[in-house]
Design a binder for this molecule. Structure first.
Ligand code: PGA
Length: 262
């Protein structure tokens, strides 16, 4: 059940853009339904749909529900094109910490998506090669007509994708240095901070801002402080997710723990 008892925010925020649910399951199901509805609408129109996808613990429930819809509700992914937000650098795609592995594990290997339609910003080789790769990734998104729906999580430091604090709002896909908070939060997956890559490739703040729909999903009490800053605080590169305040196509979907300080 959606909970609308958040009083001090402007009405358009509470009625249109902010959705708070009792628990993570309900919030995740809401996001999955938005994605499925767009996929199906495009199918009826005979069109493809371009999804921007996220990794991490937050979207797992969304992917679980999409897989369930594929298995039991006839949701087809034949018309779906995906671009993932980010990937560590360097990393091997078969490493269990890689986002290639993650996406196969939680979504792609369970649905009928055409492998040619999947894009994850994985690159190897020296940094000068990476720059060309990033430009090509950005150009591929543009060539597909841009992102129709971008799913986002949020880091405890306010990052979206791996756009760490200080990321310019006009940034595009590029190699970035990971913030200490990000590397610290990732160490459980890598078996120690010394194993966490120091860099990553991420689509940019500008790339994200141009998506036609944006869904920011945040779950759990560990996100409540940064959610307060991102929604109630100033719009600033110091809190990259704060840019969503200025984007009318962005919706916030929280469980009540993530929304506790609003
Ligand atoms: P999490 O990460 O879903 O694992 O909390 C979110 C993010 O860093 O964007």
């Amino acid at each position: 059940m959606e909970n609308s008892v958040i009083n001090h925010l402007p009405t358009d925020f509470t009625t249109n853009r902010l959705h708070v649910f009792d628990d993570a399951l309900k919030a995740s199901d809401y996001v999955a339904r938005q994605i499925a509805a767009l996929i199906r609408r495009r199918q009826l129109e005979g069109r493809e749909v371009v999804l921007g996808l996220a990794t991490g613990s937050t979207p797992k429930g969304v992917y679980e529900e999409l897989v369930r819809m594929h298995r039991y509700d006839g949701l087809s992914f034949e018309n779906v094109i995906t671009f993932n937000l980010d990937e560590y650098y360097p990393i091997e795609p078969h490493d269990e910490q890689s986002y290639t592995w993650f996406m196969n594990q939680y979504l792609f290997s369970h649905v009928n998506i055409n492998p040619h339609n999947i894009h994850i910003p994985h690159v190897t080789g020296p940094e000068n090669h990476v720059k060309n790769y990033c430009d090509e990734y950005e150009n591929k998104i543009i060539a597909k007509g841009g992102i129709d729906l971008q799913l986002l999580g949020i880091g405890r430091n306010g990052h979206i994708g791996f756009n760490e604090p200080g990321s310019c709002f006009d940034s595009v896909t590029r190699l970035i240095n990971l913030h200490p908070v990000t590397r610290n939060d990732a160490q459980v997956y890598f078996g120690g901070i010394e194993n966490v890559p120091k860099q990553a490739v991420s689509i940019g703040m500008s790339t994200i801002s141009q998506a036609r729909n944006i869904l920011l999903l945040a779950l759990g009490p560990a996100k409540s402080e940064i959610i307060k800053q991102a929604i109630d605080g100033p719009i600033t590169p110091d809190v990259p997710a704060s840019i969503l305040q200025s984007l009318p196509q962005a919706q916030y979907i929280f469980d009540k723990n993530a929304a506790a300080l609003l």
